[in-house]
Design a protein around this ligand. Structure first.
Ligand SMILES: [Zn+2]
Length: 139
């Protein structure tokens, strides 16, 4: 079966919904992988969503067209799906009081969220604006 060469603008609806099925390769840190006894090829793809163009890469089997993501590629797609949720305002939002002890500000997190956090872990705070922040808890 010959695959039609895709225009980068031509995005499948399933890609927009984030329902593309990728194989997240666990056996190897970094591609290429082997599928159908062939080495997968690194291909560049483009997603478009609400006027945003988002380039990404996958490893693709030349025979079955199955796509694989490696350790470096999957965070980039996760970021896109995060942006998509933000654009759709489809994000769970928690209203919290900010407490102040005279020196430091504190925000309490619900137990359901923190139960797997390390007691003395690390977090990265990404500052979008002085009042809009993204917090990433490091594992
Ligand atoms: Zn294959």
């Amino acid at each position: 079966m010959k695959q039609k060469r895709r225009d980068p603008e031509d995005v499948l609806e399933e890609e927009l919904l984030g329902e593309v099925h990728f194989e997240i390769a666990e056996d190897a840190f970094r591609g290429p992988y082997t599928c159908h006894k062939r080495k997968t090829k690194r291909i560049r793809k483009m997603m478009q969503y609400k006027g945003l163009q988002y380039p990404y890469e996958v490893w693709q089997c030349p025979i079955c067209k199955k796509e694989f993501l490696d350790f470096y590629q999957s965070p980039k797609l996760e970021l896109f799906w995060m942006l998509q949720k933000l654009l759709d305002e489809n994000v769970i939002t928690l209203e919290r009081n900010i407490n102040y002890d005279g020196k430091t500000f504190f925000i309490r997190f619900p137990k359901d969220i923190t139960k797997k956090w390390k007691k003395h872990g690390k977090a990265a705070i990404k500052i979008l604006t002085p009042t809009k922040l993204l917090i990433e808890v490091k594992e």
